[in-house]
Design a binder for this molecule. Structure first.
Ligand code: FIX
Ligand code: ZN
Length: 428
């Protein structure tokens, strides 16, 4: 039986037995469903200058800076000495005028300009600068969230960042669409320097983790959890991350991070496989990727079955193993296609293998947006690929003899875009 458009509108529970109509409905649902963006580097409006938006910020995104060095005759040293507007002009000229913006990050800027009716083929940035300069901040934020259909945004909040710290005064009220994530990189990846900072703040800690150091670090985290009310704690980890291990990080993970996660009922997010500073001259653009050991995360899940873990791996080679690990540990939630994986070809592959191995029990994507308007392109591009992957899954199901209904599609998409995360963080 073929179900037509009007017929199905009148009968939402009708089986979608026609492939073309099924795909149309999936695309419509995926486009319309609001998303809970579980990992970004955006800030609530109350953070003032930390909020990055507009064309100069979009063009000086570290993804595009890395690409500019491949095509422009500029050294990193001289690039960093330029003013931001001059850097943006150089990136524009190099990647958008003298070359075709074929890369994912470059196409992203085109998507954003197009969404605002600006000319993505302009030879300079005059029109775009005038447009972004004329926007009123809070109306612009509403418009971007609306265009991206993002309902909630999770920030990345570093308790040691001084610029952030003054916003987190007791009783501070943030825009309710923004939520905190307590970032642990300083504690877990740079313990020596962080222990010195904690001592300077009056905590009785020592670099060799002796005495009451771990309880003092927990006291510090308790204070920040009370201030930030984070939805989860998070850390990025190198490709050679091991668990168990014999280093300070291992003790801090067990006795501080996971003990705190348990005490406060907070999930612990691990982002594994980054090789920081592969080319330090490129600064934030200089990080790389390495294949990691997924069994380290399996062992953490086994060691603390009462903690909920969120996990993303940076290497394409780790994705299938992560799906298998999630089948073994129901306290493990795979999320997102991180950073160098956030390209249509790879998002497509990862989403398909996750659907095949996990059904709807995963979080397909996060934006990792650093600049507000990136939400528009990152979600527009991802939604398209996710809709394709999902359509194929329903079509295969149909081929096997099980048609789905529109409410079932809505249930599945809403679970993946919003519900799985809300359940994980206890915010249904
Ligand atoms: O560690 C992270 O959260 C990474 O996402 C960032 O450090 C990285 O620079 C980035 O922006 C990737 O998208
Ligand atoms: Zn990130």
């Amino acid at each position: 039986m073929t179900v037509g458009r009007t017929e199905n509108r009148d009968a939402p529970g009708q089986l979608l037995s026609d492939g073309t109509e099924l795909r149309r409905q999936v695309e419509e649902v995926v486009e319309a469903t609001p998303v809970f963006d579980i990992h970004t580097h955006l800030y609530a409006p109350e953070f003032g200058a930390l909020n990055l938006y507009g064309i100069d910020e979009l063009l000086t995104y570290h993804y595009l800076i890395a690409e500019t060095f491949r095509s422009a005759a500029v050294t990193p040293e001289s690039f960093w000495q330029m003013r931001k507007v001059d850097q943006a002009d150089l990136v524009w000229r190099t990647l958008f005028v003298e070359n075709t913006p074929l890369s994912e990050a470059a196409r992203g800027v085109v998507t954003v300009l197009d969404a605002f009716g600006l000319d993505p083929a302009a030879t300079d940035l005059a029109e775009a600068r005038a447009f972004f300069g004329a926007q009123e901040a809070s109306a612009h934020l509403d418009r971007v969230l609306d265009l991206a259909r993002v309902g909630d945004v999770v920030m990345t909040n570093d308790p040691f960042d001084e610029a952030e710290a003054r916003v987190w005064e007791p009783g501070a009220h943030l825009d309710s669409r923004f939520h905190a994530a307590l970032r642990m990189d300083g504690l877990l990846n740079d313990w020596e320097r962080t222990s010195a900072k904690l001592s300077a703040l009056g905590y009785d800690v020592d670099a060799s983790l002796g005495g009451g150091t771990t309880s003092e670090v927990r006291r510090f985290l308790n204070l920040w959890i009370a201030r930030m009310k984070p939805l989860y704690m998070a850390v990025s980890l190198p490709d050679d991350f091991k668990f168990p291990d014999t280093d300070a990080r291992d003790r801090l993970i067990r006795e501080v991070a996971l003990a705190t996660a348990l005490e406060h009922g907070l999930p612990f997010a691990v982002m594994v496989g980054v090789r920081r500073g592969v080319n330090p001259a490129l600064r934030a653009a200089g990080d790389g990727v390495g294949r990691a050991d997924v069994s380290a995360v399996e062992r953490m899940c086994a060691w603390r079955p009462d903690v909920r873990f969120l996990a993303t791996f940076l290497s394409r080679e780790n994705q299938h193993e992560l799906c298998v690990a999630a089948r073994k540990f129901s306290n493990l939630m795979p999320f997102g296609c991180w950073w160098f994986l956030n390209n249509p070809s790879i998002v497509s592959e990862i989403t398909r293998e996750r659907l095949e191995l996990l059904g709807p029990s995963f979080i397909p994507q996060h934006s990792d947006a650093r600049i507000l308007e990136q939400l528009i392109y990152k979600w527009r591009h991802s939604r398209r690929v996710i809709a394709d992957a999902l359509s194929e899954s329903y079509e295969r199901l149909l081929g096997s003899g099980r048609a789905v209904t529109r409410p079932e599609i809505e249930r599945d998409v809403s679970r993946m875009f919003d519900g799985n995360f809300r359940d994980w963080v206890g915010r249904r």
